[in-house]
Design a protein around this ligand. Sequence first.
Ligand code: BGC
Length: 467
Amino acid sequence: MSDTFFEAVHPVQKRMVGRAVLAAILAAVAGLMFGLDIGVISGALSFITKEFHASQVAQEWVVSSMMLGAAIGALCAGRTSYLIGRRRSLSLSAFFFVAGALGCVLAQSLMSLIIARTVLGLAIGIASFVAPLYISEVADEHHRGSLISVYQLMITCGILLAFISDALFSYYGAWRWMLGIVAIPGVIFFIGTFFLPNSPRWLMLRGRQAEATETLITLRHTPEEARREIAAIRAQLKQKQRGFALFRENPNFRRSVMLGIGLQMVQQFTGINVIMYYAPRIFEVAGFGQDGQMWGTAIVGLVNMLATFIAISFVDRWGRRPMLIAGFAIMALGMCILGFLLAAGPHASAITHYLAVIVLLCFITGFAFSAGPLIWVLCAEVQPLQGRDFGIACSTLTNWITNMIVGATFLSLLSTLGAAHTFWLYAALNAVFILVTLAFVPETRGMALEVIEHNLNSGRKLRELGR
Ligand code: BGC
């Protein structure tokens, strides 16, 4: 994928019309907001806890209220993006994002903070559904996959930026600044969305064919290319989106929806967000002082971003299944060793502390080149056309619900099971996911989506959908 990725974003090769690349990348900035939100809380949490004397459960709610909002946002996003369009939905999500960030800055109680974080969640719930959909609708077919991966890259950039800003503001204990600063990219993104073209596919969906053709001509090399694509979209739209009705009637569609839901559960139960939300806390358990905790977390963000390039470069050469299996194996091993190291407690030797960091970074690398981007790619690939919006909405919703469960239970697990057993639990889950991948995950590398759909409809086993 490395070639197509660079062709997609490198203006010299002009493989894809600049305006379409720009539109896709601008939409991918929604991923940046997603990442900023995920990353920012880890550094702010200890200061919030001190200021509001937050109990453990309250802390878990401060973290996971965002995921609750995101689940609601993802649930409403399908309908919203149909009614007001993809572009305006992105503007709406940027608006909620800025409003939520300012709400956090001004929060005078835990309750108001939790409400503001729910609004933030609403924003990224909508964005996480609409942005990949919009990208896939403006990008041409040869660059769709790589541009969706750019979206994941933006998520990791957002997390990294949030970790760095957390580290800088931590010297002043300025948690309101940590949470407020993300409003700046939010405002820029909000303004940017007004320059995005409407999605031609959405315009067609709403019966605005002339406008759709006009827009698509600006996004493709030649008017003929645009017209051909409009004809293809028209043919596709004859297959009406049947969503829930199809789910009720068609057992094969039920299988692909369940696969999408299962894949997102697997992604979240790797325990990735335990690290994303509570990294400083883990560094504390491993015996690091405040500086070490904050900068260690920033390095976690950096490695997460860099390792995403491995996926971008190799996913179309090595395939989804081998990369997922390798990723789960590394994560299982990482969590297992981390459990042993943390069992030694904060008074263990310096070597133990540094080993814990190295193992943590291995875990992050394992996630970032496998389950991080690949689950999003697979979820978009396995749904048949007629039920795509519904199928992707179900899997995105699952991502946020399980994300919330992980966020809302980690501290309780830590205090009831202890650090070692908590990490061993995640190690065991990752080991199980290797078996789950072997049993259910199809290899979709280089496969036309029509073939995958045909295989699904002819009742093939899920793991054979790509054969
Ligand atoms: C996941 C997020 C996670 C992020 C980390 C995404 O693919 O959906 O939950 O925080 O990756 O990079």
